[in-house]
Ligand binder design. Structure first.
Ligand SMILES: Cc1cc2nc3c(=O)[nH]c(=O)nc-3n(C[C@H](O)[C@H](O)[C@H](O)COP(=O)(O)O)c2cc1C
Length: 193
């Protein structure tokens, strides 16, 4: 059996009592249901929190956890029309691990469903040589929709989100394969050629 493609699922919030866990649980289950393996990368993980202060050992741990992944999915809330600062710092502390990798964006928040944070992330992630998926999945007021373990309680919400996720997972798989072939065929960085 072919090895499953492994996706790093990066959380955006470090807030105690965050909704992020519920949405991420759902995303992880969906990705695994679509045949991916996942590795969670949580900025609130005690091993990764010192990344925020530029701690070299924590940055090394982060880079090791992000190495050799086939792609990434960022699951983030929106705060004041942008991604949380801790997520930005985590993103900024990694370089080559991003290069020529696909990144899918899943957001949540108030009325905007996190969409402005996702669009802001596209500019940052382009600078890091990633390809962001055009398709996103977003949730308005997820605190009303998800239970503690990340199940959508309303069947109509669940069906709509699963349909959006099916398209998202297909596109993610497409970019994972396309970019893996491209990286294998030719080094991305000119110095390696
Ligand atoms: C200071 C603050 C600013 C916020 N700004 C926005 C916003 O601009 N757009 C939005 O959709 N939601 C906004 N929200 C709602 C958050 O996205 C929501 O509380 C979400 O659950 C936060 O994620 P977390 O619980 O995982 O930390 C804001 C919340 C706070 C506390």
């Amino acid at each position: 059996m072919a090895e499953r493609k492994c996706i790093g699922v990066i959380l955006g919030s470090i807030r105690e009592g965050r909704i992020n866990d519920r949405v991420a649980f759902w995303v992880i289950r969906q990705l695994e249901g679509h045949g991916f393996a996942t590795r969670t990368i949580d900025p609130a993980d005690p091993d990764l929190m010192p990344v925020q202060m530029g701690d070299a050992a924590a940055i090394k741990t982060l880079r090791q956890r992000m190495a050799d992944l086939d792609g990434f999915v960022i699951v983030t809330p929106e705060y004041n029309h942008a991604e949380p600062g801790h997520l930005k710092t985590l993103i900024d502390n990694v370089t080559a691990e991003w290069w020529a990798r696909p990144v899918g964006l899943i957001g949540y928040g108030g009325i905007s469903g996190g969409l402005r944070a996702l669009e802001a992330l596209r500019i940052i992630l382009a600078e890091l040589h990633t390809v962001t998926l055009r398709d996103t999945v977003s949730f308005v007021s997820p605190w009303r929709k998800f239970d503690e373990v990340g199940h959508l309680t309303d069947p109509h919400d669940a069906a709509a989100a699963e349909a959006a996720m099916a398209v998202f997972a297909h596109r993610l798989d497409w970019w994972v394969e396309a970019l893996a072939h491209a990286r294998h065929a030719r080094p991305y960085h000119p110095e390696n050629e």
